[in-house]
Ligand binder design. Structure first.
Ligand code: ACO
Length: 333
């Protein structure tokens, strides 16, 4: 069974309601129909009857809830919540109403904030920045977490490395400026994400082009400092670095370059030193190793909101909704 089928089974055990606000995209309707047919989550589509008629024609939406942001009886509650959360940033009732009806991602995040749904999936026809900015502004981080980051669950076929070819890669999507403190926090969140989705213990490698001082540069120092911070703040994490990718993954290279390391040669959670490295790294593995790349999923947000690639298929949307439903189960435990 692939990881997505396992995740759908988990989603079925405690159903959650996930909103899909991009009702101007045909793939959303195909995905919504499949999710209710596969019966692992409840779906809310946010859109007008005109949107639904134009883009959703031919799909059976009888089991999907549709919320029209112009006539929804809860609309005033969401305007009030928006002003409560963002009044200090200049959001008036008029601006709130305009923004949430022009950009349904804001509407979806307000529904989530008010507890009327459990999570949101968007990004099939919006950039990552435009997808996650409303979530950062309205939902904010979990207590004690300073930054949201983006991870992928990678499933590499015919691979014995990592956890039988399963990995978490981070940050591949969110933070263009990563310092040592952020890297250490990304390590903690990524370990949690790995364990939540695979049920196995995370072994975290803090990646670099150097292994344990083999190269000298400020970029290497940044990762080495992150390792020190992580060891002191999260002493229970199984984490090591700085490690080159081969030392992190391949047992023989790990033994040679970092003997005695609890992680080298066995890493399943890879923390990249920069957004460039993470974003390029996951795409290399996806394209050249033909790996399944699920994400970018967000970690560190107070409630689950996840992004899609604009090149996604309906099948990818179905998978990300299942993962969001499982994150919602854990968020409300
Ligand atoms: N964690 C938590 N909060 C954050 C974060 C973060 N990582 N980044 C920004 N914020 C908060 C800010 O504090 C601010 O809050 P406030 O308005 O209450 O003060 C709010 O979010 C907006 O912050 P800005 O800095 O004004 O937002 P910005 O326009 O810079 O957007 C964003 C932030 C969207 C994360 C931006 O950094 C970005 O676009 N990152 C790269 C995304 C990307 O293109 N990824 C690659 C593609 S993904 C792929 O290929 C799969």
């Amino acid at each position: 069974m692939g990881i997505i089928d396992e995740i759908k089974d988990r989603a079925r055990q405690n159903r959650k309601t996930i909103a899909l606000p991009e009702t101007m995209d045909k793939r959303i309707y195909e995905a919504a129909q499949r999710i209710v047919e596969e019966d692992f989550a409840d779906v809310v589509l946010i859109g007008t009857p005109e949107d639904i008629e134009k883009y959703g024609a031919g799909h059976d939406l009888s089991k999907v809830r549709i919320v029209n942001p112009f006539t929804d009886p809860n609309r005033q509650k969401y305007i009030d919540k928006f002003v409560e959360l963002r009044g200090a940033k200049g959001v008036t009732p008029e601006k709130a109403e305009q923004q949430m009806t022009e950009d349904y991602m804001y509407y979806a995040c307000l529904m989530c904030k008010c507890g009327d749904i459990d999570g949101v999936v968007s990004g099939a026809c919006h950039s990552t920045g435009n997808t996650i900015r409303p979530a950062l502004q309205l939902l904010k981080t979990k207590p004690g977490i300073s930054s949201v980051s983006g991870f992928f669950i990678m499933e590499v076929p015919d691979c014995e490395l990592g956890c039988h070819g399963r990995f978490v890669f981070a940050d591949c999507a969110v933070n263009p400026d990563i310092d040592s403190e952020k890297l250490a926090e990304i390590a903690l969140l990524s370990a949690d994400s790995f364990e939540e989705f695979t049920g196995e213990q995370a072994k975290v490698a803090m990646l670099s082009y150097s292994t344990k001082g083999s190269a000298k540069h400020a970029d290497v120092d940044k990762v080495a400092k992150a390792v020190e911070i992580a060891h002191s703040m999260y002493p229970d994490l199984v984490l090591d670095g700085e490690l080159q990718l081969d030392a992190a993954l391949v047992p023989k290279v790990g033994e040679l370059k970092s003997p005695g390391s609890p992680v080298a040669g066995h890493a399943n959670t890879l923390v990249f030193p920069s957004l460039e490295a993470g974003n390029i790294g996951y795409k290399l593995v996806q394209r050249l190793a033909k790996a399944n790349a699920y994400g970018p999923l967000l970690q560190g947000l107070s409630m689950p909101v996840n992004d899609l690639s604009r090149g996604c298929y309906a099948d990818d949307i179905v998978g990300v909704v299942a993962m969001t439903a499982v994150q919602a189960q854990l968020a409300f435990e």
